[in-house]
Design a protein around this ligand. Structure first.
Ligand SMILES: [Zn+2]
Length: 774
């Protein structure tokens, strides 16, 4: 009998056995309803069908379009009465293939109007004990008279019919706005500015009693065009407070009139610097433009303190122009200290800028502008070169909020000057985060109203990388007042930091793919979990090279455009050839967690003596005497030490000594040279990995050997595709294995590590630990 025929016969016996097993498994799966639950199935049901606007590759389609909104605005601040007045002219351009009968304009200030339903969106109850301040704020304070007062909506003086529904205003058009056409109209408005220290609110003022001044950080301050696109039609989902914004790009010309003694900065390029700067400020500004190592102070602390004592009655108008921005914000106060430095981004100079009251020092003069500069460098290297000419960090109590080129950040030393590590790293982290938002969502302009994670998650992931870079660039920052850190102490991003959330009460966890108004634990859901998932994807699943290339591809494809989650998911696969549907499905569409363990390890031996178990298996296929049957006469039998046949089959020596028929088979069929190249089985293990957790992940394993060496091995995630509960691995090892550890470097956010080690480590009970200590 020739070898080929022989082998195929034996194989067919064993394949029969295997397929019988497989059939049983399938029947069982069907019974349990597993058939359609395969975690590797592609996301066809969840993803929108690709079309001419968005391709299956995740890139913009050949008919991709976006509408634009240009603004010309005159803004006046009435500091004494904390009111803001504005007149704006919007030019809205319809690049869509659709005729638009009306336009939707967002009136975000209306969330603070007296009858705002947002105030009653949560159930409310009384706590047994409440701090006086929050009791007064919640139950006793007079209702704030916020919200837009819309004085007129008109086109060249001719009133336009409009309807206000909470935070949305529909402007009806006489004629539909046809594809390719623009519509120009004007709105006149004013509103009472809120104290942002009361309820944060992303915008407002802080009042400083000591010197009777306010510092304003102003945003969502003008009626803004909503987005119309191929995904949502008009995105006019109301602003309830959690889901942020969906905004079209446009060009802005904005004049802002404030008291003469205010220092002001805003989105866009300052057009009348010579008019609003003193000679000294201009000289310092010229110096700052070439200062790459350290910030140059434009308004010093001394000067700011002198300004605090003024109370100008005259005004000054600051003029700005911005191109391709999706929003506009500004900060103004007589309290502001101002510093700047230059940072090279590619071959372009960008100004890193900070504005802060003296209350922020010395923390702010030391670190704010440096953090801005470093963030622009890191983000640019991972995405695209920062395209704007400046980025400003403004200090505002309890704020962490982003706008194009400008953001508000918390972090203030105690009144006695002490700076805890919590305050210091909190301040640097929030600056890195909010400056980072210039990339996501200010430029990679996702729909925040619908997908909080697309800006916060991508940005928090990049924040983690930037923080680590910042710690390397400025090692002195790692020396804290409480302790010295080995690396920048990032709050989010490390897999181990997400474990408590992932293993928490499932009743209070939502999938990442949930609208931000509906999620539980928004911080963990939209920031920490997606950031960690991307970090794990980069470090453990894809590897840095494939991930970084794909992430950069996504950023560049969607720079100055409006991506959806699918555009991101698809691009990450398209640019890497790594199927990730299982990863998106598990991490983004479910609340499953990672828990993989070692269930059992069997140590096998081989013999040529037919074992009881082996014979029983062959008998099922009609082979009654395996040693006589040509198909099985030199078969190899595997058995464990507790097998009843062990004593009779085993004798001292190398594993092959107990399998003479295998040796004969080798001699008959191979040359000595070929045999020498073969692996010699010394230790034979069958390891069962189980998976109590719902998420599938590659199995990362460390084998420790009796000779003191160790080795790390990874089994691809695909190992779970036909059995979601447990998988086995048969291993021929040269060395004796003494310890097996799953996820030895804690890369996967495994929520229960007590099952990760074999042999099981004795866990001391809390009671025993207590006894031992005492
Ligand atoms: Zn954010």
């Amino acid at each position: 009998m020739n070898i080929m025929k022989y082998t195929s016969l034996l194989l067919s016996v064993l394949v029969m056995a295997a397929s019988a097993y497989a059939q049983e498994e399938t029947a069982e799966d069907k019974q349990e309803g597993h058939t359609n639950q395969n975690k590797f199935r592609q996301l066809y049901d969840e993803f929108a069908t690709p079309n001419v606007y968005r391709t299956a590759s995740g890139a913009p389609g050949h008919q991709y379009y976006q509408n634009t909104a240009d603004y010309e605005m005159d803004i006046t601040l009435d500091d004494e009465n904390t009111r803001l007045y504005g007149e704006e002219t919007i030019t809205y351009t319809n690049n869509s293939p659709d005729a638009l009968d009306y336009l939707w304009v967002m009136l975000d200030q209306n969330i603070r109007s007296k009858n705002s339903p947002a105030k009653e969106k949560n159930s409310s109850e009384f706590a047994p004990v409440t701090p006086a301040e929050s009791f007064v704020n919640s139950h006793m304070a007079p209702e704030f008279e916020g919200g837009f007062n819309i004085k007129s909506v008109h086109q060249d003086g001719k009133p336009l019919p409009h309807t206000i529904n909470f935070t949305m205003m529909r402007v009806d058009l006489e004629e539909p706005l046809m594809p390719g056409q623009s519509f120009e109209f004007s709105i006149e408005w004013d509103y009472l500015i809120n104290d942002h220290t009361v309820n944060r609110g992303r915008s407002g003022y802080e009042y400083f009693e000591e010197d009777d001044n306010r510092a304003y950080v102003i945003a969502q301050f003008f009626p803004r065009m909503a987005v119309y696109n191929d995904k949502e039609g008009w995105q006019n989902y109301q602003f309830w407070g959690n889901g942020e914004w969906s905004l079209p790009f446009g060009n802005y010309e904005v004049s802002i009139t404030v008291p003469e003694d205010h220092v002001l900065d805003a989105t866009g390029e300052l057009q009348n610097r010579k008019k609003v700067f003193s000679k000294t400020m201009l000289d310092r500004f010229e110096k700052a433009k070439t200062s790459y190592k350290e910030p140059v102070v434009i308004v010093t602390e001394e000067e700011a303190i002198a300004n605090e004592k003024k109370n100008a009655t005259k005004t000054k108008t600051w003029e700005f122009k911005a191109e391709m921005v999706r929003d506009f914000g500004f900060a103004t106060s007589r309290k502001f200290i101002w510093d700047m430095m230059a940072v090279k981004v590619g071959d372009k100079d960008v100004m890193a800028v900070s504005l802060y009251p003296k209350e922020g020092n010395p923390l702010w003069e030391d670190w704010s502008t440096r953090a801005v500069a470093s963030t622009l460098e890191t983000y640019s290297s991972f995405t695209f070169k920062y395209p704007y000419h400046k980025a400003i960090s403004v200090h505002a109590k309890s704020q962490g909020m982003e706008y194009p080129m400008i953001c508000w950040n918390y972090g203030r030393p105690d009144e006695d000057g002490f700076i805890s590590d919590r305050v210091k790293f909190g301040m640097m982290s929030v600056i890195i985060h909010e400056i980072g938002h210039n990339f996501f969502p200010m430029i990679v302009n996702s729909d925040e109203r619908q997908w909080g994670w697309m800006d916060e998650g991508l940005n928090t992931f990049m924040q983690y990388l930037s923080e680590q870079e910042f710690g390397k660039k400025y090692p002195e920052v790692l020396v804290g007042n409480n302790e010295t850190f080995e690396k920048y102490p990032s709050r989010r991003g490390e897999p181990s930091k997400i474990v408590n959330y992932m293993k928490g009460d499932q009743d209070f966890i939502s999938p990442i793919m949930t609208n931000p108004e509906q999620v539980y634990q928004l911080g963990n859901n939209a920031y920490a979990k997606p950031a960690t998932a991307l970090n794990i994807l980069r470090e453990t699943v894809m590897g840095e090279d494939l991930f970084d290339y794909a992430f950069k591809t996504f950023s560049q494809r969607w720079m100055f455009k409006h991506p959806t989650p699918e555009d991101f998911f698809r691009t990450m696969e398209d640019a890497s050839a790594v199927d990730l549907d299982w990863y998106w499905r598990g991490w983004f569409y479910t609340t499953d967690y990672v828990d993989i363990g070692v269930k059992e390890v069997k140590n096998y031996f081989i013999t040529s003596n037919p074992t009881t178990e082996g014979k029983a298996l062959l008998a099922r296929y009609g082979i009654d005497d395996p040693s006589k049957d040509p198909r099985t006469k030199d078969a190899v039998y595997l058995l464990t030490a507790d097998s009843e046949d062990f004593e009779s089959s085993m004798k001292e020596g190398s594993p092959l000594d107990n399998a003479p028929k295998l040796q004969e088979y080798l001699m008959d069929n191979f040359t000595q040279q070929e045999i020498n190249k073969m692996k010699q089985p010394k230790h034979i293990y069958e390891i069962t990995f189980n998976k109590p957790g719902g998420l599938v992940m590659p199995i990362l394993v460390e084998f420790q050997y009796a000779d003191g060496t160790s080795e790390q091995v990874r089994y691809p995630v695909q190992v779970w595709r036909k059995n979601d509960n447990e998988v086995k691995k048969a291993i021929f090892s040269e060395k004796e294995i003494v310890k097996i550890t799953v996820d030895p470097n804690q890369e996967t956010a495994d929520v229960d590590t007590s099952n990760n080690v074999w042999p099981r480590e004795e866990t001391t009970s809390e009671f025993e630990a207590f006894k031992n200590e005492n």
